[in-house]
Design a protein around this ligand. Structure first.
Ligand code: FAD
Ligand code: NAD
Length: 461
């Protein structure tokens, strides 16, 4: 028998080993189902671990340390000018951070009896797929879970092949610290990686096509970040679209509306991500991909094919790892016959910039658009003792509550540590807490979490 003739018969075949895929696989295995994961890289972690959440947050931690050291000069602590060595930084990120977590995931898979098969899965029909690559084989399954994730979107209408043009994956490799970096896109990635490169010493110019950073996010939350970015970056051009890029004399010349042409050592394109739903045989199944290639799946992860489920970025927005993980767990339980559903009221979102921006549930502008009667509380961190001790009074905590019942419907935060504080907001929204519940819960003093209590108290007046 040649390897290609190998047929693996399993209960569940998961395609893609990212947060959605491994969460589904682990839950299936815990519930007694024989489960394999087919991953193109023969590894668990996906975009999140290798080219997303984890390496970007490792580098943002470095940026935060540098900013703290700079701020320390205010209270008389001067470490002198920082000296950065890229090789140890790359090694720390790849081995001590990413490598450590990768080994942890592999160990969990082993302990749960989940086999990871290396190669590209291609569906042959609704009950089988073939694996192409180093470990060719056929997998026959009772159920499959598609968790193939997403890929960076290219810049529309601008054709250029240059290694000076980076997507987020290339930028996270830290090829060098360019003197001048153009960032196209003022969303999550443009702001996070722009912050990293600015801290490392690049002069960052950011171009965003809409009239504000982080389009769609509450403006009260974005404003403090926008003020900081104005100082941190060399320039921010809003309502601006790059019309052409060309490589000339070892640099990239960018042309954009209104401003003219300017040359950069490197360009980071961060204009969104697109579903990875083509080229692996979905046409041989009853799975349907809709708008922007996203696979249509319901709250139980069921697609148009009764044997096939889908989770994570490939199913649409918000493309966040924790949403993928929750969906993965739900699908594992649904396949095992449990009555689970992805019916969460809040999917928290965090932009890990300085200050951090975090929100969940219903935001003020959405409530207004929907004509919903709400009460809104805003607590400025200028009145927070903890913020003062940190030298950071630029934060805001915002609550949106039902006007009649006082039920917390949405929470927004901007400030250092907002990404951790939003957990209380998510819990409040998910458990239908009332403003009174937050107001009478004792929050330790002095902490930034008191801002949630203070905001809630103001809703009771
Ligand atoms: P992915 O993680 O994309 O995994 C898909 C896997 O499927 C990959 O391993 C791929 O190789 C494999 N695959 C694809 N097709 C096939 C096939 N046919 N056969 C076999 N294998 C296949 N989210 C957050 O929540 N917090 C963050 O801080 C955060 N930061 C980010 C920073 C960056 C720079 C980027 C790019 C993303 C970030 N995200 C963050 C988003 C997060 O990475 C994704 O939401 C998450 O990885 C989605 O998980 P997934 O399981 O759907 O897919
Ligand atoms: P994004 O959707 O967050 O932002 C893209 C930005 O590019 C938008 O502001 C958009 O208006 C702008 N844009 C689009 N076309 C443009 C053009 N031609 N010229 C100038 N600006 C243009 O996308 P992203 O930053 O690429 O990130 C992709 C996704 O990855 C995010 O939506 C998020 O789901 C995920 N992500 C999450 C985190 C996190 O959770 N902290 C971090 C990074 C990425």
């Amino acid at each position: 028998m040649v390897m290609g003739d190998l047929v693996n018969e399993v209960d569940v075949a998961v395609v893609g080993g990212g947060p959605g895929g491994y969460s589904a696989a682990f839950r299936c295995a815990e519930l007694g189902l024989e489960t394999v994961v087919v991953d193109a890289g023969k590894r668990l972690g996906g975009a999140c671990l290798y080219e997303g959440c984890i390496p970007s947050k490792a580098l943002l931690h470095v940026a935060a340390v540098m900013h703290e050291v700079e701020r320390a000069k205010e209270f008389g602590l001067d470490y002198g000018d920082p000296r950065l060595s890229l090789d140890p930084l790359r090694k720390w990120k790849s081995e001590r951070v990413v490598g450590k977590l990768a080994r942890g995931l592999a160990a969990v898979a082993k302990s749960k009896g989940v086999e990871v098969i290396g190669g590209r899965a291609v569906f042959e029909d609704s009950r089988s797929l073939r694996v192409e690559g180093d470990e060719p084989q056929k997998v026959r399954f009772k159920h499959a879970v598609i968790a193939t994730g997403s890929l960076p979107s290219p810049l529309p209408g601008v054709a250029i092949h240059s290694d000076r043009l980076m997507d987020s994956t290339a930028a996270l490799e830290l090829p060098d610290v360019p003197e001048n970096l153009l960032v196209i896109g003022g969303g999550y990635i443009g702001l996070e990686l722009g912050t990293v490169y600015a801290a490392l010493g690049s002069r960052v110019t950011l171009v965003e096509m809409t009239d504000g950073l982080l389009p769609g996010v509450d403006r009260d939350l974005v404003q403090p970040l926008a003020r900081r970015v104005e100082k941190l970056f060399a320039a921010v051009h809003l309502k601006t679209r790059v019309t052409s890029l060309r490589e000339a004399a070892g640099r990239v010349e960018a042309q954009w509306e209104g401003v003219g042409a300017q040359s950069f050592d490197r360009v980071l394109v961060a204009v969104g991500r697109q579903a990875q739903s083509a080229g692996f045989g979905l046409e041989n199944t009853r799975v349907k991909a809709g708008e922007r290639g996203f696979i249509q799946a319901d709250e139980r992860g069921r697609t148009g094919d009764p044997h096939i489920y889908a989770v994570g970025d490939v199913t649409g927005e918000p493309m966040l790892a924790h949403r993928a993980m929750r969906q993965g767990k739900v699908v594992g339980e649904v396949i095992a016959g449990r009555p689970s559903a992805f019916d969460n009221a809040a999917v928290p979102a965090v932009v890990f910039t300085d200050p951090e921006v975090a929100w969940c549930g219903l935001m003020e502008a959405e409530a207004q658009r929907a004509g919903r009667a709400v009460k809104v509380a805003k607590f400025q961190w200028a009145a927070s003792g903890r913020a003062a001790t940190l030298g950071r009074s630029d934060g805001v905590t915002k609550l949106v509550a039902d006007a009649e019942t006082g039920r917390i419907l949405g929470v927004g935060l901007v400030g250092p540590g907002a990404g951790e504080l939003i957990a209380e907001g998510a819990l409040a929204v998910e458990t239908a807490a009332l403003a009174e519940d937050l107001a009478v819960t004792i929050h330790a003093h002095p902490t930034l979490s008191e801002s949630l209590m203070e905001a809630a108290e103001s809703l009771l007046h």
